[in-house]
Design a protein around this ligand. Sequence first.
Ligand SMILES: Nc1ccn([C@H]2C[C@H](O)[C@@H](COP(=O)(O)O)O2)c(=O)n1
Ligand SMILES: [Zn+2]
Length: 162
Amino acid sequence: MSDKRKDYINWDEYFMGVAKLSGLRSKDPNTQVGCCIVSQDNKILSMGYNGLPKGCSDDEFPWVREGEDPLKTKYVYTVHSELNAILNFRGGSLEGAKLYVSLFPCNECAKAIIQSGIKEVIYDCNKYDGSTAVQASMRMFDAAGVAYHQYKRSNRKIEIEL
Ligand SMILES: Nc1ccn([C@H]2C[C@H](O)[C@@H](COP(=O)(O)O)O2)c(=O)n1
Ligand SMILES: [Zn+2]
């Protein structure tokens, strides 16, 4: 009989956990998104979270959602977690990779996901389901043969002492 540990986390818990941990780096006060890109043989290739581009100070650029002037909102400046994860990749190709993300990808990230060769998206929350951006993403994923499905939560709680 094996005396192997039994309560280790499974692959999906591991990669979604890493995605959510990355999201904790986000400075966005409303929505923190994390992403983890994984090879077909379960090696982590890249990670990302939503934030500002290099050189754009977290303390000087706006984090608000609304305003008469779009230039005073976060939307025109933030790089989404999925795009950051794709851009952070330092290897050769993401062809055939899987992408774990805590929030369903928007249409702009969907374009980058498709063009980089990622073939599967596993998302946790879809709080903007039905929005134009999400509908467009689904349409493009369907057309391009990118599979997507919601992560099945195990509801396991993990405490990490830092
Ligand atoms: N799949 C996504 C969707 C959104 N984001 C980022 C962009 C913003 O920083 C934030 C959304 O803000 P909200 O409108 O909910 O206040 O999340 C992303 O990184 N990936
Ligand atoms: Zn996006």
